[in-house]
Design a protein around this ligand. Structure first.
Ligand code: FAD
Length: 350
């Protein structure tokens, strides 16, 4: 088989990159091993314009959101399923300090933070003592349905190879790369945490962390909104809610733990006034990095080996934007954002 591009991985990065490549005349194949607990298959899909205890605005969020909205409408048309829905976050303040931090930020950030006049609206559903504010707009990306739907498209167009990519079978020269029976002009790694073992990229400053989530069923909580009080409740299909998460930097494996289950169950019991049932428990490792900026582009000394990775906690908002930048760079010679361009690690990568 001869193609222009090999893409390794079909998480959120490989999905958007192959989507944008499919809009060009380029030929490509995606190799993905369908890892059941990949980061993208575990994530909630939340796009939150503010982060952290200090409720600061997310890096380049205006550009990310305006791109995401257009891209999602296009993808929705192509797949015939809902891709992006606006679900604002009701942020219940767990402490007086968090309430004060929100109110302080509200003075200068009125675009994404809103004061809520009716502070009694949720007393029948939730236990809360310090009131709440609203983060608006927030969005949910429909990872659960989009990833398999795009995979089906790839299968239908003979562009998916479902297997473990083994880098020992990759060779490259100035003309291109070859992998088993596939020869290609370029290869782009979108393989999440597996890049840590990739001899070309393992020296990038990855700083993986593990996150866990529960899936709960609760018929009484409205699915119109995301709710947050230390943990997050994000509505999914069929009255299910994704509940998470945590950030573990020291972990022994990528499996769900009893500690998280017990702690989160207790948090839910203290917070929810309505019945719920735990139906699933997942865990995965986020492809995060020390700088909290993506890795986008080609090796400085091997222009046919590239990467789209390092999305950390924000794959759903960053991946569509940077996949598009990558494809524009390939076909229109435009630039990749300097803070995301992997060329910033020129010395390390050489
Ligand atoms: C608990 C949790 C909650 C999260 N919640 C959110 C959220 O709400 N919003 C948000 O934006 N982000 C969230 N994230 C982060 C988000 O999941 C990541 O930023 C994003 O999924 C990374 O996508 P990726 O495509 O780079 O990697 P991955 O999703 O890991 O995809 C890599 C793909 O490569 C494949 N692969 C790997 N190695 C090989 C190989 N050797 N051969 C073949 N295929 C291979 C895997 O099967 C996988 O499909 C969360 C993460 C976790 C763990």
């Amino acid at each position: 088989m001869k193609v222009d591009f090999i893409i390794v991985g079909q998480g959120i990065c490989g999905t958007w990159l192959s989507y944008y490549l499919s809009k060009t005349r380029a030929s490509f194949v995606v190799i993905d091993n369908n890892k059941i607990n990949s980061s993208s298959r575990t994530a909630a899909g939340i796009i939150n314009p503010v982060t952290g205890r200090r409720v600061v605005k997310t890096w380049i969020i205006e550009s990310l959101l305006s791109h995401l909205k257009i891209a999602s409408v296009e993808l929705e048309r192509e797949l015939g399923i809902p891709v992006l829905s606006q679900k604002n976050t009701i942020d219940f303040f767990p402490t007086q300090q968090s309430k004060s931090a929100f109110e302080e930020r509200l003075k200068s950030e009125q675009h994404f933070l809103k004061h809520c006049n009716d502070q009694d609206k949720f007393h029948s559903l939730f236990q809360y003592e310090f009131g709440y504010g609203e983060i608006n707009p927030c969005f949910l990306f429909n990872l659960q349905e989009v990833l398999p739907a795009w995979r089906n498209k790839l299968v239908a167009s003979n562009r998916l190879v479902e297997e473990d990519f083994d880098i020992r079978n990759l060779s490259s020269n100035t003309k291109g790369v070859s992998y088993k029976n596939i020869s290609a002009g370029k290869i782009i790694f979108c393989d999440g945490i597996a890049s840590m073992q990739n001899p070309y990229f393992k020296h990038l400053p990855f700083a993986f962390n593990k996150g866990e989530a529960l899936l709960i069923a609760s018929a009484e909580i409205p699915t119109t909104t995301i709710y947050k009080k230390g943990i997050v409740l994000a509505p999914q299909k069929d009255n299910l809610f994704w509940v998470g998460s945590n950030y573990e930097w020291n972990f022994k494996d990528e499996n769900p733990t009893k500690e998280f289950l017990d702690k989160t169950k207790k948090q839910l019991q203290d917070w929810l006034k309505v019945p719920f049932k735990i139906v699933d428990h997942k865990a995965s490792i986020r492809p995060a990095n020390l700088e909290r900026r993506p890795f986008v582009g080609f090796l400085p000394n091997k222009k046919n080996i590239g990467i789209l990775n390092g999305m950390g906690t924000k794959g759903c908002s960053l991946a569509p934007f940077f996949a598009k930048q990558f494809v524009d760079f390939l076909f229109h010679n435009s630039t990749i954002h300097a803070e995301a361009d992997v060329a910033r690690f020129k010395k390390t990568l050489e």
